[in-house]
Design a protein around this ligand. Structure first.
Ligand code: ACO
Length: 334
């Protein structure tokens, strides 16, 4: 039997895509009882991008464009991929997976393809899974794309959710590397399914939690207990980052970027205050894109990557929390 040679993982390229159409706080204030001031103070969001169905834009299109730009950045073609992992809660269909259709659009067959559902943790989970599969020796190159079109999954008149979300895709191409110390050196993927009623998208009234009064919003749209998710997120962000640092023996100074899910500026700032993270190490784009669920961390990664803020030899941490409820981290030697 051949002996398995340990290997590492290199980020060969990053990509992202956002729709052109902007939805500002003023646009929302014209549609519902809210204000630019309330949204900025409570969330840090000024505007978000949303699909324009009149232009034929869809979640599938957005995810495909995200992964296409990552392939371009890596100087690779779809046919160079062994596997495509697509993380989303807003795929058009459950069968086939959008991963299969993205792979087809990028001519990646016969690469394996599957969708992964971990809500806002989707990109971080998918990066962790891809790293592990490459280290197993079975795969050499994996395309990872996190993408959500939350504009298709929120009731546009429900101010408790419509103000928070935007549409985006973030992607990375991961390839086998000879250095076992390169790639994801520590990862966590956790969930507490008992808390699922805090955030869910029912397809039928039978999906509603027992005894829970429904808001009356149409099926297929997000129900969220914002205060519960907020409390959970504030605690988990700190816990996940501190656990990643203590397990790896790294200090804040050793990390070049903490790339956090963009859910609410107050949640991010709370982690920064409690752990003592300097502002220049915590990228924030929620003001321009809102919370794009599985798109968020990959979008931040790509914007930092393209800005030259992440270089070979540096260590970064990806962190997210989301529906499930789920939470996840990955410490990457780039
Ligand atoms: N505009 C104006 N007023 C509003 C709005 C709005 N859009 N929404 C709520 N309010 C009102 C409420 O009715 C309430 O009024 P009251 O005091 O008279 O009762 C008041 O503002 C405060 O409401 P809260 O819900 O307590 O507001 P909070 O400060 O908690 O902010 C928010 C709400 C922004 C949703 C916050 O709870 C939050 O960010 N939660 C986390 C959500 C999150 O991160 N989700 C991510 C996971 S998503 C995923 O995995 C797909």
């Amino acid at each position: 039997m051949a002996t398995q040679v340990p290997c590492g993982v290199r980020i060969a390229g990053c990509g992202s895509a956002v729709p052109e159409k902007r939805l500002t706080n003023a646009d929302l204030a014209a549609m519902m009882d809210t204000s630019d001031e309330w949204i900025r103070q409570r969330t840090g969001i000024r505007e978000r991008r949303v699909l324009d169905p009149d232009r034929g834009e869809s979640q599938l299109w957005l995810a495909t464009e995200g992964l296409r730009t990552a392939l371009d950045d890596a100087g690779m073609a779809g046919s160079d991929l062994d596997l495509v992992i697509h993380a989303s809660v807003t795929s058009e269909m459950t069968c086939p997976s959008n991963a299969c259709r993205i792979a087809a659009a990028l001519d990646a067959q016969p690469a394996g393809a599957f969708d992964l559902v971990a809500a806002c943790c989707g990109f971080v989970y998918a990066m962790n899974v891809a790293d592990s599969l490459i280290r197993s020796g079975r795969y050499r190159s994996v395309g990872v794309v996190g993408c959500d079109a939350m504009s298709t999954a929120v009731d546009p008149t429900d101010r408790s959710v419509a103000i928070l979300f935007g549409d985006a895709a973030g992607a990375a191409i991961l390839v086998r590397d000879d250095d076992p110390n390169r790639g994801c050196i520590h990862q966590t993927m956790n969930a507490d399914g008992r808390t699922w009623p805090s955030l869910f998208i029912p397809r039928a009234s039978s999906d509603l939690p027992a005894g829970r009064e429904d808001s009356g919003a149409r099926m297929g749209t997000l129900r969220m207990d914002g205060r519960e998710v907020y409390k959970f997120a504030v605690g988990k962000f700190r816990e996940v980052i501190e656990e990643a640092l203590s397990t790896t023996g790294l200090a804040v100074d050793d990390i070049s970027q903490f790339i956090c899910h963009q859910s609410n500026i107050r949640i991010i700032e709370s982690a920064m205050d409690k752990i003592g993270l300097p502002a220049e190490k915590v990228y924030v784009n929620i003001d321009r894109y809102g919370n794009s669920s599985a798109g968020s961390v990959g979008l931040c990664l790509d914007q930092l990557w393209k800005a030259g803020k992440i270089s070979a030899g540096e260590t970064i941490i990806l962190v997210a929390f989301g529906g499930g409820l789920t939470w996840s981290s990955g410490v990457w030697n780039v």
